[in-house]
Write a new protein. Structure first.
Length: 85
């Protein structure tokens, strides 16, 4: 996705500084955008990008739920599908 490539180029150092770098950058980028802006961003995604976004969101929410229930540490490493990029 060109957007991700552009963000990576602009924030490479901040992304690499510490483990929460990507989260901080993404929250900072989208914090001033409303629902309409975000929907326009999503509408510009390919089917594959939309699938990846929704899939990653559901995985992260399930991990959070497992953590809340005491069934898994919140920061437990997990395997990433090499086909997701």
């Amino acid at each position: 996705m060109k957007f991700v490539d552009d963000v990576f180029k602009l924030y490479r150092e901040q992304l690499a500084e510490h483990p929460d770098g990507p989260l901080e950058v993404v929250l900072q980028l989208f914090s001033d955008h409303d629902r309409h802006d975000l929907m326009r961003f999503i509408e510009g995604m390919s089917d594959e990008e939309l699938f990846q976004m929704v899939s990653l969101y559901v995985v992260e929410m399930l991990k959070q739920k497992l953590s809340q229930e005491g069934l898994r540490p919140l920061r437990e490493p997990y395997a990433v599908d090499p086909n997701i990029h």
